[in-house]
Ligand binder design. Sequence first.
Ligand code: ACO
Length: 363
Amino acid sequence: MNLQISRSPIGLDGIPAAETVLSHVDGERGELIIAGERVGDLVRQTGFEGVTARLWSGGTGQPVAEATVRASLGAARQRAFARLPDLLGITRGLSIVDGVRAAIAGLRAENGLPHEATIVGALPVIAGALVQQSQGGDPIAPDPDVSHAADTLSMMLGRKPDAREVAALDAYFVTVCDHGMNASTFTTRVVASTQADLFAAVTAGYCALTGPLHGGAPEPVLEMLDAIGSSERIKPWVDAALARGERLMGFGHRIYRVRDPRADVLKGAIERLAGGGTDLPFAGEVEAYIRAALRRKNPDRPLDTNVEFFTAILLDALKIPRQAFTPVFAVARAAGWTAHAREQQRGGRLIRPSSAYIGPMPE
Ligand code: ACO
């Protein structure tokens, strides 16, 4: 991937766009707090349904129980499966990432289900069906009685996952479910600030996620690891890419000035999953060389590993096709998006920044 982007002070760095109880990113200390807990502690304490209950409670200002989340997500997966013929109709010929974009836009209110459950429940059903379709298979029916992570894996892989695989995806879901005012959450909140509904807000948030500077990075991370190929090629490959002015995917962050805390949480999840079969030692060599090379290239700008580097390795170890990495990210982040949209609708003002006009003026 060859991305060369000019720098500009424009970009809303450090400007608060909303007040939130949902999550906080401390870029200097390398800390991420979600619903009052550090991300590493949260992964040890609870699973996706638990953290989603905390986020939805914060977003709506009403207590939402974990059991309610579990039941409503199970029901929402079934409703989405029943609607798949309609939802997939418009995705023909599109990639998995673009197909999910089109299908989310087709979601609508379901009787008896909160909109947030309809959305978060539908995402893995849509993404799983598109993965199966891309392999010439039929969609796999969801099971409302298993966890969201377990069902996501079943629908993606076409087989029942084992407990270690489920634990790894669940840890990933908790790790990436929310992250302050990132680009997709900001987008979601901008749309919700107009009092548009959650379906519109989340469709917009997903679109923002798909770019390679945000949630579209993990597939290019794997492409980079494939292109490097072996230990001897790390130095020449990385040096040449940096000399061409390219950005190395999975490194750098707008907020973190130290290592992204999610990287180590995911590295731990990969190690627990591994037992063998992952490319972690090679990836570790690549990571170490790139960190050092970026320090040499930009000594004044700390550029360290971000969440997407280990996301790529974790999702690859789970045998999720790389074309579905961004939609799987969206399954988890939709918990945060929906909570932020509710919080914005309840108390936020219309988000309407200004621009710096640099065009011609009339005489
Ligand atoms: N590789 C090489 N150089 C980089 C990288 C990188 N990954 N990231 C930043 N730089 C360099 C820039 O080229 C720039 O150099 P210069 O001063 O010589 O021109 C300098 O660091 C500062 O760059 P900015 O554009 O100001 O950094 P910004 O805060 O806007 O960028 C971003 C953050 C977009 C994540 C960037 O680091 C990047 O493009 N990373 C690669 C893509 C990626 O990993 N995306 C996933 C992010 S995590 C997430 O969204 C879930």
